[in-house]
Design a protein around this ligand. Structure first.
Ligand SMILES: Cc1ncc(COP(=O)(O)O)c(C=O)c1O
Length: 469
């Protein structure tokens, strides 16, 4: 067991390791190469009978754990959507764990509740979201979307489904490109996946508003109850931006909750030139974005906004005797704003990041990422054998190898591109992931690592070149 009196000495060991890790992260293989079970085999099967030294634990961390980690902060991590961090966020998380506060209600940490309120207001204003909206931090976008679907369900059922159970005729709509967290949410909410209707998309892979309207009207005439629509700003597959402006009035007309999932692309709303994405946002009932993806605040930290905090609280509020307080009604008790009771102090890292960067610093870095992505796309476009699969959006692009349309069959091209991706990832120099677009295998590239520079994009380009047939 560690001696509390040696905290500075012990933490120095860790802090120095972190510094060294982040300095030299480029030299590590970004994607782990271990085989399934390999790490488990090296970890004892029982708790050690006697305590071990920090030095020994750290040595095992380096020898056993590290080879089994994907280095998400490596500048050439371009897979999925990045979950970037920053020095500021790491330091704030140290303080958070030192405080070890459980911030379920205002009384259990007033500063945590009030800082959270302030941080979400800062973000709301900087992102151009409606001034009257109120926000709360959730662990993930999946949890926030679940909160949205549960609240939509309650509103549609006059706040009775928490008591009487869920009627079988509620309907939720999203596009086929929407993230799987919505499938999960309708299942958990008891609405049923069969009542999640995937609306067709247009040429830009956005939900088709006319098809949505037709589906809602058909459902109403069949005696079903349209309950919620989920739109996405920045779909996971191809970063498509759904059209709030045209879908919003349809939701309003039929009394349907409109939830906007901007998990990744939401960060770009800090830039005036991307405010167009939220044209019509006043129609929305709820909105989610993840500072833990592209805003330098390490996982987990999700910002969830609602038009009516009353509806949210009415859905989640539960008041056992042991949680009754005198301050109730004067303050925000965030346990009533979502699923979990216990809550981490996540607002602190947002405070550190936003204060240390300032709005200008945040904007500069995000613009830099978009600029680097354009630089990469320019290279892609100059390559005769590479083909952009969808139009690049923000810091995202996707492409495939396609030397000539006649040379390979559709299936062959898919196999060749899967092999190229495997080859790129096996170099350990970069990590990309894929999607399919109308059956075509497409390699996705997200350029959003906090400290990425042009030379890192050049390294990615070299790796791709080396991996082509
Ligand atoms: C568009 C979109 N929504 C939701 C999610 C889920 O995010 P989380 O991991 O925070 O639940 C993702 C994850 O990448 C996403 O891309």
């Amino acid at each position: 067991m560690l001696d509390r009196n040696h905290f500075t000495r012990d933490s120095k060991l860790i802090v120095e390791w972190i510094d060294d890790y982040l300095r030299n992260i480029k030299d590590l293989p970004v994607k782990s190469k271990v085989r399934p079970g390999e790490i488990k085999e090296q970890i004892g099967t029982t708790i050690p009978a006697r305590g071990e030294s920090l030095e020994k634990i750290m040595q095992d961390f380096k020898d056993v754990i590290l080879p089994g980690m994907v280095h998400w902060q490596h500048p050439n991590f371009h897979a999925y959507f990045n979950a970037n961090n920053s020095t500021e966020s790491i330091l704030a998380e140290m303080l958070t764990s030192a405080l070890g506060a459980q911030c379920m209600i205002w009384e259990t940490s007033p500063a945590a509740a009030e800082l959270e309120e302030r941080m979400l207001d800062w973000l709301k204003d900087a992102m151009g979201l409606p001034r009257k909206w109120e926000g709360v931090i959730q662990d993930t976008a999946s949890t926030a979307t679940l909160a949205a679907i549960l609240t939509a369900r309650e509103r549609k059922c006059d706040f009775q489904s928490n008591y009487a159970g869920v009627p079988a005729n509620l309907r939720v709509y999203c596009s086929q490109e929407t993230h799987s967290s919505i499938d999960k949410a309708v299942a958990i909410a008891g609405i049923g996946k069969n009542n999640l209707i995937k609306i067709q998309i247009d040429g830009q892979r956005r939900m088709d508003p006319a098809a949505l309207k037709a589906a809602i009207e058909q459902d109403i005439s069949d005696g079903l109850k349209p309950t919620a629509v989920v739109l996405t700003l920045g779909t996971t597959g191809t970063m498509a931006i759904d059209n709030i402006k045209d879908v919003g009035p349809i939701c309003k007309k039929y009394g349907v909750w409109l939830h906007v999932d901007a998990a990744y692309a939401g960060t770009a709303l800090l830039l005036a030139e991307h405010q167009g994405m939220i044209e019509g946002i006043a129609y929305a009932d709820s909105f989610v974005f993840n500072p833990h993806k592209w805003m330098f605040t390490n996982f987990d930290c999700t910002a969830y906004y609602v038009k009516s905090a009353d509806h949210l609280i009415k859905t989640f509020e539960i008041l056992p005797e042991y949680l009754k307080t005198h301050s109730r009604g004067q303050v925000n008790d965030y346990r009533d704003w979502g699923v979990p009771l216990g809550r981490r102090f996540r607002a602190l890292k947002l405070w550190f990041v936003m204060r240390s960067y300032g709005l200008k610093g945040l904007r500069d870095r995000i613009r830099q990422h978009i600029k680097l992505s354009r630089y990469f796309v320019k290279w892609l476009e100059s390559q005769p054998h590479l083909e952009l699969i969808t139009a690049p959006v923000l810091n995202f692009s996707c492409f495939r190898y396609n030397p000539s349309r006649e040379e390979f069959s559709f299936e062959d091209l898919n196999k060749i591109n899967a092999t190229i991706l495997e080859k790129i990832n096996s170099t350990g120099k970069a990590y990309l992931s894929h999607t399919t677009v109308d059956g075509r295998y497409a390699i996705r590239v997200v350029i959003g690592q906090t400290y990425i520079q042009t030379e890192d994009v050049d390294r990615l380009i070299d790796v791709i070149k080396e991996s082509l047939p």
